[in-house]
Design a protein around this ligand. Structure first.
Ligand SMILES: Cc1cc2nc3c(=O)[nH]c(=O)nc-3n(C[C@H](O)[C@H](O)[C@H](O)COP(=O)(O)O)c2cc1C
Length: 305
């Protein structure tokens, strides 16, 4: 059983296995480390970091929905300076890949964050969260605009040699065009998908259940959408894909790999069972063993249509 090769690559980023924990669902790794063995994972993606600390949105920020959850955290985070001082020392000790997720409200801010962090050895790659409002352009979401995604990729590429993963928004009709722009501007990979816009109201108070009115929908409810988006990218653009959206168990992870994902991220499931990532690793090993698969990467894009 142990001879099965689980390793995978995302551009120049080598992972011991394809199971990563998704941004925003495991903080900076320190809390979940008390509940699961992080070293068994392929890596963790840290909470979106902005240049300055952010308090995020007022509560209520999270609500459960059928087969999923809505969140409007508002990118609360400690900011780059405190991240370097307080969080990197812990992350440094972990025997797993550390992907640092960046959020910003201007292109210059994305560039500045990456510029500051690129010299930190502990960070193995950057994931750029483009599902953020561009304050200079009236709050237009960067990730819904092709030229913004192109400019962010190009300008971030210019300040780092580390792998750059652009995390794509599913709230567009043509996700593969966004993946194509990322490839053309020098991005190493895309991750898909971020959350979908959703809302939920209380019928008695007639008020939104989350203060921000809309939030990001995640969990099993979005998995079929995420599978379709990953497949669309795989069929149209030659770029490594990290599949995300409603992954709850090893079967979900295998499904994402079959439609084209080179690695996967587990998000909402961590709130139900923080050990999900490790259980997925075990499940994939058993699956490969039963299916006589020697290298897990054989699964990538092996769909039959
Ligand atoms: C509470 C919560 C906070 C999140 N925060 C971030 C974030 O800061 N940056 C980011 O890129 N994605 C964030 N996400 C999105 C997840 O990383 C992931 O893309 C999404 O939840 C879909 O995966 P899932 O269905 O497995 O949760 C957040 C998701 C949740 C549920």
């Amino acid at each position: 059983m142990n001879s099965i090769d689980l390793s995978t690559t995302i551009g120049s980023l080598k992972l011991k296995n394809p199971v990563l924990l998704a941004s925003g669902t495991v903080g900076y790794g320190n809390e979940i480390a008390q509940l699961t063995d992080i070293s068994k994972l392929g890596g963790i993606v840290t909470k979106s970091l902005s240049l300055k600390p952010r308090n995020g949105n007022p509560p209520q920020r999270i609500v459960e929905t059928p087969s999923g959850m809505l969140n409007a955290i508002g990118l609360a985070n400690v900011g780059v300076e405190e991240f370097v001082k307080e969080k990197i020392p812990f992350l440094k000790e972990l025997d797993t890949a550390i992907i640092c997720n960046i959020a910003a409200s201007s292109i210059e801010e994305y560039v500045e964050c990456v510029k500051i962090l690129t010299c930190i050895e502990t960070i193995n790659a950057f994931e750029i969260n483009v599902s953020c409002p561009n304050v200079k352009e009236g709050g237009l979401i960067f990730g819904n605009d092709l030229s913004s995604v192109a400019r962010i990729t190009e300008q971030v590429r210019a300040v780092t040699n580390k792998p750059i993963i652009i995390k794509l928004s599913p709230n567009v009709p043509n996700i593969s065009e966004f993946a194509s722009v990322v490839k053309n501007e020098g991005g190493d990979a895309v991750s898909a998908i971020n959350t979908l816009v959703g809302s939920s109201f209380d019928i008695y108070t007639r008020k939104p259940k989350i203060k921000n009115i809309t939030g990001g929908l995640s969990g099993p409810a979005i998995k079929p959408i995420a599978i379709a988006k990953v497949l669309e990218i795989k069929r149209n653009v030659d770029i490594p894909i990290i599949g995300i959206g409603g992954i709850m168990n090893w079967k979900d992870a295998a499904e994402f790999m079959i439609v084209g994902a080179s690695a996967v991220q587990v998000g909402t499931a961590n709130f139900i069972n923080p050990n999900t990532g490790n259980e997925i690793v075990d499940g994939l090993i058993e699956f490969c063993d039963r299916q006589r698969i020697q290298k897990l990467t054989e699964l990538i894009g092996s769909y039959k249509i």
